[in-house]
Design a protein around this ligand. Structure first.
Ligand code: SAH
Ligand code: SF4
Length: 385
């Protein structure tokens, strides 16, 4: 006999929505969230844990390849769920080996992720937002408004894309191409704290993506209320975008300073959990010609950081079109860093990487936008393959 199905208005709506909805992406979910997502399939917990292992330890993208799951479960997963990462829209490779990927998100927005290879490690620079709500005067991302926060899936997805590129599934025990993560891409990670926290928790899980907390650095412009919380929750290394030694100048360069001035910021750094001589707070200081680069400012920097186990990274300013600053000369940077070295700070100047593809600090996204504009005019684009 033919079965007749009657719908109430609500159940019909739900049926229509479910049958037209795209598959649910499982990337970004932890074990309890996976369990919740698979509620209708009634999957036992040990099966959910196996699925988690396939997703984050093996990086498998096809449910069919999850050999120890029963066939009917694999089929149900294939029918209703996906394992989507952001897609690489434009890959670029710098002369120094740095790679930058323009990633497309499911709603058409884009972010950039940068991979910086070094002799003994490879660092992935991960974005936390599309654009940025803050407007630090020297940062090109800051000239763009905040579009939206990245989801957990989009943050952890950047890491998984990098593992896909280097074929590091499961991650090797020894040298890895993706051995370190810095939250220094587009956006202010502490203004998207909940999603950043969940994503980093997944990245650090020894049962899954398995990156040690000491290999992760979160950089903030100084969202004081979340700093200590971040240390307690995650135990990752902290970097602070300081860039000025007086409130007067920092108010202009890093406007969040008006809300959280230098003394409050440094108190939070002093209280950052786990900080000691072998695990120091990094202070980033962009070298701006004639603005913040005098020997007196170098000495004041040392005085300010006196009671905090700290490293200093001097970042030569990376220029962008019509930027209102220039980079300090190499002589000036030399004098500044010599003062710091004399006070015990080792090799404080950070060598810029990937400048030829606009992959250096503070340059993200902008080139893609610029290229797209010029591409519309000329029909060409510099890219790999
Ligand atoms: N929003 C976070 C992380 C992203 S910015 C933060 O501000 O810390 C990563 C680093 O790049 C920060 O230290 C930032 O101050 C620095 N930066 C931004 N623009 C730069 C530029 N044009 N040249 C050099 N460093 C820059
Ligand atoms: Fe945003 Fe950081 Fe750039 Fe400031 S430096 S505008 S906080 S991304």
């Amino acid at each position: 006999m033919k079965q007749v199905v009657y719908f109430t208005n609500n159940s019909y709506m739900r049926y229509m929505m479910e049958s037209t909805n795209p598959k649910q992406n499982l990337i970004g979910l932890n074990v309890p969230e996976l369990q919740e997502a698979l509620l209708s399939l009634n999957v036992p917990k040990y099966r959910v844990q196996q699925l988690y292992h396939w997703i984050y330890y093996h990086g498998v993208r096809d449910f069919g390849a999850m050999a120890n799951l029963p066939k009917d479960l694999r089929e149900a997963l294939t029918a209703g769920f996906s394992l989507d990462r952001p897609t690489i829209k434009i890959p670029q490779v710098s002369l120094d080996g740095t790679q930058k990927w323009l990633l497309s998100l499911s709603d058409g927005n884009e972010v950039e992720t940068v991979h910086i290879p070094e002799k003994t490690r490879g660092t992935l620079c991960v974005s936390s937002q599309v654009g940025c709500a803050l407007s630090c005067k020297f940062c090109h991302t800051g000239t763009q408004t905040l579009v939206r926060n990245l989801t957990v899936a989009e943050i952890v997805g950047q890491f998984m894309v990098a593992r896909d590129v280097f074929g590091e599934w499961p991650a090797p025990a020894g040298n890895r191409h993706v051995s370190n993560v810095v939250m220094m891409g587009m956006g202010e990670p502490l203004y998207n704290y909940d999603n950043v926290k969940k994503a980093l928790t997944l990245i650090m899980d020894p049962q899954g993506l398995d990156l040690a907390p000491r290999r992760i650095t979160l950089s903030t412009s100084g969202v004081v209320p979340h700093i200590v919380q971040c240390g307690n929750d995650l135990g990752v290394s902290l970097a602070i975008s300081l860039h000025a030694v007086t409130n007067e100048l920092r108010n202009v360069l890093v406007p969040i300073n008006r809300k959280y001035p230098i003394d409050e910021l440094l108190t939070a750094c002093k209280n950052y959990p786990g900080t000691n001589k072998s695990n120091r707070v990094t202070f980033e200081y962009v070298m701006l010609k004639g603005i913040n680069d005098s020997p007196a400012e170098a000495r004041e920097l040392i005085r300010l950081l006196k009671n905090i186990p700290s490293k200093i990274n001097l970042i030569p300013f990376n220029p962008w079109p019509n930027a209102p600053f220039e980079c300090s000369s190499s002589e000036t940077i030399g004098v500044f860093s010599a003062i710091l070295e004399k006070a015990g700070y080792a090799s404080p100047v950070r060598r810029p990487r990937g400048q030829d593809i606009f992959a250096a600090c503070g340059q993200l996204k902008s080139l893609s936008q610029r290229l797209r504009k010029s591409n519309e005019k000329s029909g060409t684009l510099i890219q790999k393959n």
